[in-house]
Design a protein around this ligand. Structure first.
Ligand code: CS2
Length: 493
């Protein structure tokens, strides 16, 4: 079998068990600008749109992918080299692989090199939707106040340099200003990040920035931009060099950056697309009136579950989620946490079988073919924990209900933040707040409660005596007995 560099011109030569776009990519127009072309977007939205484009009547709904930050240069270069094409390798629970070349990303831009092109693209009349995966930490929310962080130097930069912004808020504001001036019309901004009420948060953050930097635009946005909430789901581990090598060896495809993911996928959206939308129902997307209960379920069970397994697993020396969750101590702890501390706060999920959802989730975590990296799961925990775990703690506290599992995980995170697992091996921590976390984690060695003073993460939770006592006790127990003994002990109660 000969090898083929992935390109438009080589598509027809790919035969070995790979499906390719059946549509003429040359006819596809970008109706969507997507910011944040990471693995998740390429396994999720871009895949749904690719499926949709197989019906040629949908050719207005291609994607222009925007790499926003300078460290996104590699994905931009790859997309450019490969005409926007990449391979999506879906791994079933039994290890079967399905390979498909995704063709929905028909344009790509690298914002740091060409901010003007990005702003103009977002303001282009063909573009009806801007979608975002800019990560939980990308919304510039101050957890302590619940407000937009106007002290962020990059935000100040954007307000002084509107033509060459650095943040999503600077870009969106300039693009909306241009749409207003050029009368290009209304547009939808759809967040696809794991944040409760992601549409509401996007709107609130953007309007705060606009009120600060360009208040005369506020009114136009209020009547011309919609911000639907959405819930997204598909486990997409980081692509490993072995994935790239295997694809070449088995299928002869030379793809610099394929994406590997599980077969499960879900996308639930509120149907508020002010400028129209593609017929996503036809490819399995669910439209609902209120996405909040679904989002709360997914964040509280799946994403929080990931953090629970990741943090405990990391301290115990595991490196992948499947290894950690199949350790009975962690597996039982996770199941109890989901049942006792999360399930009671979930409501309004008529027709949802929560028991089955939780079982599926544990099966998904246990998938040995996915090998989701604990480093990926624990990265940026300081932004994830306030979105995934703390809302549950806060709600449980209101009714004086159980919080002991969450407290133990958070105490384990304080110890994790010192940078070593219980085998005394260094942990590869990747977190925007890494230095602050380390400083606080060191203080916690004297007095565990000091870790909770990290307002950017815990907000005012340190004021809850119930919580801070439970946290401090869990911390001391882990230090005295080790994390495994502590969770085994809790599992037997
Ligand atoms: C993970 C998510 O980043 C994380 O911590 O929980 O990336 C998760 O895999 C996805 O949200 C699954 O939909």
């Amino acid at each position: 079998m000969s090898n083929h560099k992935l390109k438009n011109s080589s598509l027809k030569e790919l035969t070995a068990g790979v499906s390719i776009p059946s549509y003429n990519r040359g006819n596809v127009k970008a109706g969507i600008v997507h910011v944040g072309v990471g693995g998740f977007h390429r396994a999720h939205e871009a895949m749904y749109l690719d499926q949709l484009l197989h019906d040629e009547s949908n050719s207005n709904w291609g994607i222009c992918g925007v790499a926003l930050l300078s460290f996104n240069q590699k994905i931009y270069n790859t997309l450019k080299d490969q005409d926007g094409l990449y391979t999506l390798v879906v791994k079933e629970l039994d290890g079967t692989l399905t390979k498909r070349i995704i063709g929905s990303i028909v344009e790509y831009l690298f914002a740091p090199d060409s901010p003007k092109a990005v702003i103009e693209k977002m303001a282009h009349p063909d573009v009806k939707i801007i979608t975002l995966t800019i990560t939980e930490g990308g919304y510039n929310l101050n957890e302590a106040t619940g407000e937009f962080n106007l002290e962020n130097p990059q935000i100040i930069h954007d307000s002084k340099n509107p033509e060459a912004p650095k943040t999503i808020f600077g870009y969106l504001t300039q693009a909306l200003q241009l749409r207003k001036e050029q009368k290009t019309g209304a547009i939808t901004i759809l967040s696809c990040d794991n944040i409760e009420g992601n549409g509401h948060v996007t709107k609130k953050m953007l309007l705060s920035y606009v009120a600060f930097a360009q208040p005369e635009l506020l009114e136009w946005i209020e009547s011309n931009v919609s911000f639907p909430n959405s819930m997204v789901d598909r486990i997409t581990p980081a692509t490993m060099p072995t994935d790239i090598a295997e694809l070449k060896e088995v299928s002869g495809i030379e793809d610099q950056w394929p994406v590997v993911c599980e077969s499960f996928k879900q996308w639930v959206i509120e149907d508020e697309f002010i400028a129209g939308r593609p017929n996503l129902e036809s490819v399995g997307v669910q439209f609902v009136k209120n996405v909040a209960p679904f989002e709360k379920m997914k964040l509280g069970l799946l994403n929080a579950g990931h953090s629970v397994v990741g943090i405990l697993g990391s301290l115990m020396g595991y490196s992948t989620i499947d290894e950690a969750v199949t350790d009975p101590a962690i597996g039982i702890f996770l199941a109890n946490y989901l049942d006792v501390e999360v399930t009671p706060i979930l409501r309004d999920l008529e027709g949802m079988d929560l028991t089955a959802y939780k079982q599926t989730l544990i099966n998904r975590f246990s998938n040995i073919y996915i090998k989701d990296q604990i480093d990926r799961i624990c990265s940026e925990s300081s932004a994830k924990i306030p979105k995934f775990i703390l809302p549950t703690v806060q709600e449980q506290l209101k009714g004086n209900k159980a919080i002991s599992h969450a407290s133990l995980v958070l105490a384990a995170w304080a110890i994790y933040s010192l940078g070593f697992n219980e085998k005394k091996e260094a942990i590869n921590i990747k977190d925007a707040l890494q230095e602050t976390l380390l400083a606080q984690a060191k203080l916690a060695q004297e007095n565990p409660k000091l870790f909770l003073e990290l307002e950017a993460v815990f907000g005012n939770l340190s004021q809850s005596e119930l919580f801070s006592d439970a946290f401090a006790k869990a911390y001391q127990d882990i230090v005295s007995f080790g994390v495994e003994k502590c969770i085994v002990e809790m599992n037997s109660n």
